[in-house]
Design a protein around this ligand. Structure first.
Ligand code: ZN
Ligand code: ZN
Length: 264
């Protein structure tokens, strides 16, 4: 059963095509020519802002972040979308390009990737435990003497090494998943501000979905469309504070104008 689940998750990770941004993020031919004909960053940003008028919430984290454009795919990159140099396409919520799986790990297959690692670790631990048990029986002569004494010990050592290596990999990726940060966005700084962090439980639900019965099955149940993301409380607080500060400035400005008018 464990083996079947592991193989199934592996196949789904490898065979699921990565999710790409929809056509609405592509620039019109006229805009592309305009973009390519100019090199001034402020002009280029203006072209992108013009395109992003209806897509602003998908393309910037906040007003301070500049819009991103992919010259290869000729599209406006939504939040958390990155260009994979190996596949040569933009991938939604790209985590990393896995050379062992020969596929990009992103929105469409991140759940399968995590489950594959989990089942692979469990399978290695199980095989390691069984081979250890068998080798103890063989060496204590509780089983008839056979040629398989040495191969079983080799199997035990290999499975133990694999389970340690895979567990480290799983722990690393699970750690990123519970913080809702992709490997592409992670720069090794644990204190780094992450606007997508919704808290342990909600972050896990973003990957595994709301239905607990599907969590451990190789069925796609991740939340979100890949280009609009719920923000954490910290981000909302910052936005609220910014809006409040803006409002306060406007009120104080209008008060000052009123005061001046009454003085005149
Ligand atoms: Zn691209
Ligand atoms: Zn790739």
């Amino acid at each position: 059963m464990l083996f079947l689940l592991c193989v199934c998750c592996y196949l789904r990770t490898v065979m699921t095509p990565p999710a790409v941004p929809p056509a609405k993020f592509r620039l019109l031919e006229s805009d592309i020519q305009l973009y390519q004909s100019d090199e001034r960053p402020e002009v280029l940003q203006k072209i992108l802002i013009h395109k992003a008028k209806d897509l602003t919430e998908y393309c910037t984290v906040n007003s301070q972040t500049s819009l991103r454009y992919c010259k290869t795919c000729k599209l406006l990159k939504p939040n958390r979308c990155y260009h994979c140099p190996v596949c040569n396409i933009c991938i939604l919520k790209l985590d990393h390009h896995c050379v062992f799986l020969n596929n990009c790990v992103g929105l469409s297959n991140y759940k399968f990737f995590l489950l594959f690692l989990l089942y692979a670790v469990l399978l290695c631990i199980f095989t390691s435990a069984v081979s250890l048990y068998c080798s103890i029986l063989l060496w204590t002569h509780q089983l008839p003497n056979s040629q398989s004494k040495i191969p079983i010990i080799v199997l035990f050592i290999l499975c133990t090494l694999f389970s340690i290596a895979l567990f480290q990999l799983f722990r690393y990726h699970f750690n990123l998943a519970v913080r809702n940060i992709s490997e592409r966005e992670y720069h090794g700084d644990t204190e780094e501000y992450n606007p997508y962090n919704l808290g342990f439980s909600k972050n896990l639900r973003q990957v595994f979905g709301n239905e607990k019965k599907y969590w451990l099955l190789p069925i796609f149940s991740s939340l979100g469309d890949g280009f609009s993301f719920p923000m954490g409380d910290a981000a909302e607080d910052i936005e609220k504070n910014a809006a409040f500060a803006k409002h306060r400035t406007t009120v104080s400005q209008s008060k000052r104008i009123l005061k001046r008018r009454t003085m005149l």
